[in-house]
Design a protein around this ligand. Sequence first.
Ligand code: NDP
Length: 289
Amino acid sequence: MALLLDGKKVRDAISKELQKEIEELGVKPCLVILQVGDLEESNAYISQKQKFAELVGAAVIHKRYEKDVSQDFIIADVENLNADEGVHGIILQLPIPAHLNAGKIIDHIAPAKDVDGLTATNLKLLAQNNAEGFVPATTKGVLALLDAYKIELAGKKVLMVGRSMLVGKPTALALLNKNASVTVAHSKTADLKKETLAADIIVVAIGKPRYITSEYVRSGQVIVDVGINLDTVGLKEEIPGKRKLVGDVDFDAVKDIVSAISPVPGGVGAMTVASLFENLVEACKRQVK
Ligand code: NDP
């Protein structure tokens, strides 16, 4: 069995550290989460963030808009929150309905409060390898997980599977900043198996349940599974409405082949929440200085 890259364990260590930092800071960092509509998955992510906030002593304000809200209405709220000294971080819970432009809304968030690291300013700072920016939470979580297990990136062949603005692209940049030789694969990649087999480390974020099977991997590799998918396959019995959380990697099929792997749940997902609050605490420190 491969070494388990245990995100929960690392998250728990980070949460203790954050608890201490917040106590010392003497200010309760406040995160505002903007949600449009009522997606079940988003509700689950938001409740994880609320629980983590409670654990470390931060505050979360959850603002929910109706599905048909206008873009201008949300942007006006963002501008008010930017000016509100009691708010240290603002995030837009994705996905949002198709009539809204996530990039446009996010770019109205003040970079100093953009703790998801998704504004053009923070993405540019990431591209420049400038530590003044906020690194997107999932990307930061992937790197922190590898770092916690002392997995060296410099000089390694790392394959990033997926090129979304939320995960794949920022993660590829961050890996490059760590001196990895990064290849990015996507849905138009001609021979994905050839690419995965050539890599030392594979980070997968494609949103396809158990897509990476035993044929895609070989011994000695490190696999980081970012995928979070709800799937009915694999349940002991089919229960209407009941689904199981699985990654983009077929964990059971590859766990005895590779040398290290992050599980789903309990891998990158756990790290993402912790990384978001690390960014929030840092944002708060900078704002109250
Ligand atoms: P997107 O749907 O935005 O992007 C998926 C990417 O995967 C695209 O670049 C797409 O290529 C690529 N892709 C799709 N199918 C294939 C394939 N068969 N072979 C190679 N590449 C493929 O998803 P996200 O990046 O937002 O999310 C990916 C996964 O990560 C999801 O399961 C999501 O739930 C999860 N996630 C987990 C987080 C965490 O905290 N752990 C946080 C955010 C997301 P193309 O560009 O060509 O279309």
